[in-house]
Design a protein around this ligand. Structure first.
Ligand SMILES: NC(=O)c1ccc[n+]([C@@H]2O[C@H](COP(=O)([O-])OP(=O)(O)OC[C@H]3O[C@@H](n4cnc5c(N)ncnc54)[C@H](O)[C@@H]3O)[C@@H](O)[C@H]2O)c1
Length: 253
C-alpha cells in the first residue's frame, strides 16, 4: 500500500546519505519528491525516476532565505502543493571535534547558521504553502548526540538540541494550522558523513554506541526510513511536538 500517495515532500540535504535515503523511501510510498541540497541532487532524482517515482531536484542553500523561498516556490510550481518538509540538511560530515573550549569559532558559527538558522528558514518558506494545502508535516532531524551530550562536538550537540526546542515551539504555534512538527533523533548510521565525523575513532564509536543500546547492533539506514514515512503519513495525524529516538533503545525520553 502506498502510504504517501498524493503527498508532496521536500527533503533538504538529499544529494547523498540519509537525505537521499529518505527521499527514495518516501517516493517508493508514492510521494512526489522535491530533493534539494547545496550540491546537485541529479543522482537522487535519477534513482527515484528509475524506480518509477516522481522527483525534481534543486540546488538550495538553506543559509539563504532567498534560496529557501525559491525552493518552496519551485516545489509548488512543480507539484502544486507542499505536504511534508524533511529538514535533514546539516553540517555534520567533516566537522572537526575538540574539547569545547578548543572548538573553532568559525566552525561554531557555521554549524549554527546551517543547522539552526537554516532549518528555521526552511520552515518559514514552506509554512504558507502548507497552510494553503490544509496542513502538513514538518520532520526535523535532530540526533542522539543532543540528548546524550556527545563529548567533543559541542557545536553540533547545541545545534541538534536547538532542533528539539524549535520542534516544540513550532508545534505549539502551528497546531492551529494542522501542521504537525516532530523531530527524529537517530544514533550513528554508517554514512559517508559518519565516516568523516568519527574518522579513525569510527570502529570504537560503533562498538560503544551499540553496547549502550537495548538492541545491541548499529543503526542501519532502513531502520530510520519507517519512522520518516510514519511521520509524513496520515498514520501520525495526532502526533506533534515529539522527539522520536531511533537509537535501538539507547535513551528513553
Ligand atoms: N549519519 C548519522 O549517523 C546521523 C546521526 C544522527 C543525526 N544525523 C543527521 O542526519 C542528517 C543527515 O546525515 P548524513 O549522515 O546523511 O550527513 P551528510 O553530512 O552526509 O549530509 C548532509 C547533507 O546536507 C547538505 N548540506 C550541508 N549544508 C547545506 C546547506 N547550507 N544547504 C543545503 N544543503 C546542505 C550536504 O551537502 C549533504 O548532502 C544530518 O542532519 C545529520 O546531522 C546523522
Amino acid at each position: 500500500m502506498s502510504q504517501l500517495a498524493g503527498k508532496v515532500a521536500i527533503v533538504t540535504g538529499a544529494a547523498r546519505g540519509l537525505g537521499r535515503a529518505y527521499a527514495e523511501a518516501m517516493a517508493r510510498e508514492g510521494a512526489a519528491i522535491f530533493a534539494c541540497d547545496i550540491n546537485s541532487c541529479d543522482d537522487t532524482v535519477a534513482a527515484i525516476e528509475a524506480a518509477g517515482g516522481r522527483a525534481v531536484g534543486a540546488v538550495t542553500d538553506i543559509t539563504s532565505m532567498a534560496s529557501c523561498t525559491a525552493m518552496a516556490e519551485q516545489a509548488v510550481r512543480s507539484f502544486g502543493r507542499i505536504d511534508v518538509l524533511v529538514n535533514n540538511a546539516a553540517l555534520y560530515a567533516g566537522l572537526k571535534g575538540a574539547r569545547f573550549e578548543k572548538l573553532d569559532e568559525a566552525q561554531w558559527d557555521a554549524v549554527m547558521t546551517v543547522n539552526v538558522k537554516g532549518l528555521w528558514q526552511c520552515c518559514k518558506a514552506v509554512v504558507q504553502p502548507m497552510r494553503d494545502a490544509g496542513g502538513g508535516s514538518i520532520i526535523n532531524i535532530s540526533s542522539l548526540a543532543a540528548v546524550y551530550g556527545l563529548p567533543y562536538g559541542l557545536d553540533y550537540v547545541a545545534s541538534k538540541a536547538a532542533v528539539i526546542g524549535m520542534t516544540r515551539g513550532m508545534a505549539r504555534e502551528l497546531g492551529q494550522d494542522h501542521i504537525r512538527v516532530n523531530a527524529v533523533a537517530p544514533s550513528a548510521v554508517m554514512t559517508e558523513g559518519t565516516e568523516d565525523f568519527f574518522g579513525e575513532k569510527l570502529e570504537k564509536a560503533r562498538k560503544v554506541i551499540a553496547a549502550g543500546q537495548v538492541i545491541q547492533r548499529n543503526l542501519e539506514t532502513q531502520d530510520l526510513t519507517g519512522t520518516i514515512i510514519y511521520l509524513a503519513s496520515d498514520n501520525s495525524t495526532f502526533v506533534t511536538g515529539q522527539t522520536h529516538m531511533v537509537d535501538g533503545g539507547s535513551w528513553f525520553l
